[in-house]
Design a protein around this ligand. Structure first.
Ligand code: BG6
Length: 486
């Protein structure tokens, strides 16, 4: 990462929140330690709580320590870092408070010679995103330097609300200044998809329907909804994981080769892919999609018993489906995906299944390329070789593991993405045009489900700590297909 000593004031809405504590403060510290944050930078945390600058600094200190339990931190550096933090109590719905905030920003701008450059980070409840963006504009919080908006998910809950939010934002910020976070795009092995596809003849030459039988994306979690029942009730697995993370992964797998590696060319290639998506009919949704809700175990609650969940909720905690495109190298290749809470284990992975072929040796497994994004990064190719003491074939894995040294060097996704915002690199953020298509697709599925739901009073329950409802094994077009990861 090049050294870019860019002066700025970073305003974090939600400065007392969980995301700031767990992700943003440790990521900012890592950037600071590597000299990637300007000496002339200030962070202004805002939230409703009446914290002082000092209290925020203590919190930041604690957050950095918690994120680095096994590292001896340079206390001098740490103190120097926290001195850049300030706090302003703020009610996002009160226009007067933006005047106070404006003064606080201007003071910091002067103190740090921050060049009137501003980054506004919305790390709080999504229902306030639109209001904050509008108030930033109306109360003249924008500076004379650059102004960038970093916005967490969910960006709306359907196309209509996403459109509305985008309108609210676009008064203050041009699309080129909006950084919609999808933290999966900051993950090492997600960032590795395109280089792997495009730089290896072994992979590039087979990347089409003649050789690839199907693609499978699995984002499994063993945790339940935990304390997020309230949010999850408005979302469900389809909106929470498919609309963003799964669609971005699929896009990287299926998009045409970009003209070059600029953000513009990459977004253009992604859009070209989504212009060719096949929207599913209700019959296709009924056939190719499955959903369910986790049941209880001896030690864990059923979804319907979780706090802030309607005991009659129809919200899905698991979804599996199929998507196809008419364009791009994987045109017409079935791409299957599934995600769920309370599954067997945490596992984010991609399995690319090759067509099988006749051979002289008898039963052979399909070659597969598997990319394990989390929790232990690696990829492997499953190939057939001869059995040692008897006739026939056996599958073997050619595994690429990351060394401990590699692993130490991999930055956290948030660190990467924050750095990208500083250096104005929009490659790994979601463009509005992508998001529009993602929502259009999700709306199509949700509408089909709504029609199906009439008369149903509960969803299929699936046993916790397994791989979801049995029906998820039946979405394949070819009965001989199955999930590679079982
Ligand atoms: C978030 C979802 O976007 O991603 C969560 O809202 C989910 O429900 C999380 O747990 C998973 O992210 P990761 O990086 O832990 O796989």
């Amino acid at each position: 990462m090049p050294d870019k000593n860019i002066p700025l004031v970073l305003v974090i809405f939600g400065g007392s929140g969980d995301l700031a504590h767990r992700k943003l403060y440790p990521a900012l510290f890592n950037l600071f330690e590597q000299g990637l944050l300007a000496r002339n930078f200030a962070v202004l945390g805002t939230a409703r709580r009446p914290w002082t600058h000092e209290y925020l600094r203590e919190q930041v200190l604690e957050a950095v320590r918690e994120a680095n339990p096994d590292t001896e931190l340079d206390e001098h550096e740490l103190t120097a870092f926290t001195q850049h933090f300030y706090y302003q109590a703020h009610d996002v719905t009160n226009p007067d408070h933006y005047q106070t905030l404006k003064k606080a920003i201007s003071k910091l701008d002067q103190k740090y010679a921050a060049g009137h450059n501003r980054i506004f980070y919305l790390a709080m409840a999504p229902r306030f995103f639109g209001t904050i963006a509008e108030q930033i504009y109306e109360q003249h919080l924008l500076g004379d330097g650059f102004n960038r908006l970093v916005i967490e998910k969910p960006f709306g809950r359907d196309l209509k609300s996403a459109n509305k939010l985008n309108d609210q934002i676009s008064h203050a910020f041009a699309e080129k200044d909006v950084y919609r976070i999808d933290h999966y795009l900051g993950k090492e092995l997600v960032q590795n998809i395109l280089p792997m596809r495009l730089s290896n003849p072994l992979i590039k030459n087979i990347w089409n329907h003649r050789y690839i039988k199907n693609v499978q994306v699995t984002l499994a979690e063993s945790l339940g909804v935990e304390a997020r029942g309230g949010y999850y009730e408005t979302s469900g697995a389809l909106r929470d994981m498919v609309q963003n993370h799964i669609f971005q992964i699929i896009t990287l797998l299926a998009m045409p080769e970009p003209a070059d590696l600029t953000a513009g060319a990459i977004h253009a290639a992604k859009q070209a892919l989504w212009d060719s998506v096949i929207f599913p009919s209700s019959a296709m949704v009924a056939r190719n999609f499955t959903r369910g809700q986790y049941d209880k175990s001896s030690s864990t609650f059923a979804y319907l018993e979780e706090p802030n969940v309607d005991p009659k909720s129809l919200t899905e905690t698991f979804v599996a489906g199929e998507i196809k495109f008419l364009g791009g190298p994987l045109a017409k290749v079935p791409i299957f995906f599934r995600t769920g809470k309370r599954l067997r284990e945490k596992q984010s992975r991609i399995d690319i299944v090759l067509q099988s072929m006749n051979n002289l040796y008898g039963k052979a497994s399909s070659n597969t390329l598997s990319i394990i994004v989390d929790p232990v990064m690696r990829f492997y190719i499953t190939i057939n070789g001869k059995k040692i003491t008897e006739p026939g074939l056996r599958p073997e894995n050619l595994v690429y593991r990351f060394s401990d040294e590699d692993l130490r060097q991999v930055p956290d996704g948030y660190e990467r993405l924050l750095h990208d915002v500083l250096v104005e690199d929009r490659t790994n953020f979601t463009h509005w045009r992508e998001l529009e298509k993602f929502w259009e697709y999700i709306d199509t599925v949700e509408d089909a489900w709504l029609a199906e739901d009439k008369g149903i009073d509960h969803l299929d329950q699936y046993a916790p700590f397994k791989m979801g409802p049995a029906a998820a094994n039946k979405i394949f077009e070819d009965a001989s297909d199955h999930w590679i990861y079982r």
